[in-house]
Write a protein that binds this ligand. Structure first.
Ligand code: B12
Ligand code: SF4
Length: 475
């Protein structure tokens, strides 16, 4: 059977805001995960429109399309074209799960939730010519899933081909997050078996890994065993976590020992009111600065995530947030305009209050204001969002933030990482065009190599002494 798997590009692909490097980072892991359920005899063509031009002149038997919110219209267009040609088209992913009835007219079958139980079920039905219209995931386990078909991933087109996910979902329930809607009807947080995760890591070449898990430290027992197993593997890795998990126990030290060198942290907002509105209880009354200092004392760089536009935000929020990041040596910041994704608690609340302004999903990219704001005008919010990016990534602030660290090596790493990520766009574009991205991996690995900070030199016992006086308490 001929199978075409497609990750359509997000809307930004045709916008002046398109940053090729941002979309050449991670390969389409979801589709490669599903491909593992196909038979070795199947002829599979996996195409990622972010990094290659889609060829639509073929006639596959089955077309599998992954739908995110801002590629939804493009995905439907591609689906319609293939259905006209007689291919059997199936749609799944986050957006289809949020709005199945919107997707349905464009597909022969749609899939709700994760695909590990539904896709193999569908394949049996498809082969016996009895496919259903809707498949809903009910069984939530990663035990015994077949190894991801990484052979289908064009490694040379990505900066981070060694992306990996060893858990699904997250233990928390933030009201703006896709998580509860996507995993509705079953477990909303579950992990691989530790041995399977270690085996998957072992199969990946080189040293660098990027864990795309929503919350790598979310299950402490699992994470501890994983890091224990990774010690001695000589890996360097990046991942994501919450503030409370960084502060709790000594899991973060174990992560650092196993090779954690950079962490995405969801700070989101400094306002307790905003945290309550977002049901982000895990951040309430947590000492953000203490978490930052703990990470820095372990030589871990930080990518801070911040949301603008929650109801308690005022016009000072942009400067406050940028200054805090710079003054605390945050390596990179990701800013978002609050976006009520369909299916989330936030969307439901805004819809019932009549606050949703548009259902043009192309604008749901966390750069546009799509709802009626409270403390700020929509114009001020979008303007402030762009100002924050410009200000944080100005050379002056990159230098200031780099100088926050106490070792020359950490300062240099911070400077190279931030400057390299944001300031050399033409160079990245050239490397992408010449398909040389993968060759940049050793450079990334060396930037992520271990730094010895004052506290790691002194030992873990006196780490807390490093906590700075300007510690910010959220209360
Ligand atoms: C990698 C990634 C990206 C890549 C995407 C390209 C790529 N290569 O996948 C890039 C960098 C481009 C990106 C950009 C953005 N992202 Co992003 N990203 C991720 C991330 C970290 C991992 C995705 C992944 O590989 N997951 C692992 C695989 C195994 O899961 P999966 O892809 O969901 O696939 C499974 C199912 O969905 C299902 N499935 C999927 N498709 C299909 C199709 C069929 C037919 C079937 C049967 C099943 C099926 O089966 C798979 C196996 O279970 C997720 C977080 C996460 N952990 O998932 C966020 C995430 C998807 N991103 C998010 C956001 C907010 C963004 C941005 C808006 C951020 C920004 N401000 O720029 C943009 C724009 C995205 C958009 N919604 O339009 C949100 C999505 C919110 C939403 N409702 O859309 C997420 C969930 C993070 C979060 N916790 O909030 N992102
Ligand atoms: S902690 Fe992050 S991944 Fe978990 S529910 Fe909140 S926003 Fe979603």
């Amino acid at each position: 059977m001929k199978v075409k798997m497609i990750l359509p590009a997000l809307t930004e692909a045709e916008s002046p805001l398109w940053r090729p490097i941002k979309y050449s980072l991670f390969p389409p892991l979801g589709l490669a995960t599903l491909a593992a359920y196909l038979s070795p005899e199947d002829e599979i063509d996996l195409q990622d429109q972010h990094v290659e031009t889609l060829r639509l002149d073929d006639a596959p038997d089955l077309v599998v399309i992954q739908v995110y919110i801002t590629n939804a219209f493009r995905a439907y267009h591609i689906a319609d074209a293939y259905r006209k040609k007689g291919s059997y088209v199936i749609l799944g992913g986050l957006h289809v799960t949020s709005l199945p009835y919107e997707a349905m007219p464009h597909a022969d079958s749609i899939f709700i939730g994760p695909g590990e139980d539904t896709f193999p079920r569908f394949l049996v039905d498809f082969k016996s010519r009895n496919p259903q219209k809707i498949y809903t995931s009910t069984v939530r386990t990663l035990a015994g899933i077949p190894p991801i078909r990484r052979d289908l991933i064009k490694r040379n087109l990505y900066l981070v081909p060694n992306s990996i996910v060893v858990t699904r979902g997250c233990p928390h329930h933030c009201s703006f997050c896709y998580k509860d809607a996507f995993f509705e009807g079953g477990k909303t947080f579950y992990t691989q078996l530790v041995d399977d995760a270690l085996a998957e890591i072992d199969r990946l070449p080189g040293r660098h890994l990027y864990f795309l898990d929503d919350h790598l430290l979310g299950n402490a027992k699992f994470a501890e065993s994983l890091f224990e197993g990774m010690r001695g593997m000589k890996r360097v890795f990046q991942g994501a976590s919450t503030v409370d998990a960084i502060l709790r126990g000594n899991l973060i030290e174990k992560a650092a020992d196993a090779g954690l060198r950079s962490l995405f942290v969801g700070f989101e907002t400094f306002s307790p009111e905003n945290l309550k509105q977002s049901n982000k209880k895990q951040n309430l009354e947590k000492d953000y600065a203490k978490a930052v200092n703990r990470l820095h004392s372990l030589g871990i760089m930080i990518n801070g995530s911040f949301v603008f536009g929650l109801d308690d935000d005022d016009s000072d929020v942009f400067k406050r947030t940028v200054d805090w990041g710079v003054n605390h040596g945050i390596t990179t910041s990701t800013y978002h305009v609050l976006t009520p994704y369909p299916g989330t608690e936030l969307y439901k609340n805004m819809e019932s209050a009549g606050r949703i302004l548009t259902r043009n999903w192309d604008l749901y990219d966390t750069r546009h204001v799509v709802y009626k704001t409270m403390g700020l005008s929509a114009e001020a919010l979008e303007k402030g969002y762009w100002w924050a990016y410009d200000a944080f990534y100005s050379w002056k602030n990159i230098i200031k933030s780099s100088l926050h660290h106490d070792s020359v090596r950490h300062i240099a790493k911070h400077f190279l990482y931030t400057g390299g990520w944001k300031k050399f766009e033409p160079l990245w574009n050239f490397i992408i065009k010449t398909e040389g991205l993968n060759a940049m991996l050793p450079l990334l690995e060396s930037i992520l190599s271990k730094v010895k900070t004052r506290s790691t030199r002194q030992g873990a016992s006196n780490r807390t002494e490093l906590t700075r006086p300007e510690t910010l308490m959220l209360n």
